[in-house]
Design a protein around this ligand. Structure first.
Ligand SMILES: *Cc1c(COP(=O)(O)O)cnc(C)c1O
Length: 241
């Protein structure tokens, strides 16, 4: 077994253990493998070990990797699902709309409008999570918890997009209980939107929360999708943007 395959297996075991600990079913939490900075060969190894959903932060890097994978292993490449988890500048929306299945970092209506306009007709609607800033100052991406519902309402009317839930990147905090408490504030935003009765939320089912260091706390707090990079692929040689 390759290192990536065995680390993938260990991460899946951590998720299963966290689900058991939290009294949740093992299939209530999915794994997004964050492959930013790693090459197509690494993605291929994870895909050959059964992983299908991959997260990328840098749009051009991701588009190049997808093309390489289609050349290397067309049948497998066709089964992969790509999630954009990095910030999206206006000049990158066309590339995102053409290449990705999901966007986790939605925090402004203007970007949603561009993605809706630019999503090619032949593709399924782009699946969206609203990024929520639960703990940061004004410099951190994401909407304030109190602004999430208004953004959801504005986006719900746009064609070619499908609202799926919330995403957050809480700052690291000391201690499991403090981590769970912070993560629960993200889950609470998800629950409040779900309870709002707004139209357009037929598939509102995703809480994208938890990374290599804090996935257990995220699962305890109600994450449905953990985003794990270094735990699967190893340390990155250049940092996340
Ligand atoms: C890089 C990144 C991850 C993965 O982080 P690890 O600590 O390597 O698991 C998850 N989410 C986002 C948004 C990231 O940028």
């Amino acid at each position: 077994m390759t290192t990536i395959a065995s680390q993938l297996q260990q991460v899946n075991a951590r998720i299963a253990a966290a689900c058991a600990q939290a009294g949740r079913s093992a299939d209530s939490v999915a794994l997004l493998a964050v492959s930013k900075t790693f090459g197509a060969d690494a993605v291929l190894q994870a895909a050959q070990a059964g992983q299908r959903a991959f997260g990328e932060n840098y749009i051009q890097e991701a588009a190049d990797k997808m093309a390489q994978l289609r050349a290397l292993a067309p049948a497998l490449a066709a089964q992969l699902q790509w999630h954009c988890i990095g910030p999206i500048q206006s000049n990158k929306t066309r590339l995102v709309a053409a290449h990705f299945d999901w966007v986790h970092t939605m925090d402004r209506l203007k970007t949603a409008q561009r993605l809706s306009d630019q999503r090619p007709d032949g593709l399924a609607p782009l699946q969206l999570c609203i990024q929520v800033n639960v703990d940061g100052g004004a410099t951190k991406s994401g909407v304030a918890p109190g602004d999430a519902l208004a953004l959801v309402q504005a986006i719900a009317g746009l064609p070619r997009l499908q609202l799926r839930g919330v995403m957050s990147i809480p700052d690291p905090v000391e201690g499991f209980d403090a981590q769970v408490a912070l993560h629960r504030r993200v889950r609470a935003v998800f629950d409040a939107v779900a309870a709002s009765g707004l139209p357009g939320l037929q598939r509102w089912d995703t809480v994208s929360l938890g990374m290599t260091a804090d996935l257990e706390a995220a699962v305890a707090a109600g994450s449905t999708l953990v985003r794990v990079g270094s735990g699967i692929f190893g340390a990155r040689s250049y940092p996340a943007a």
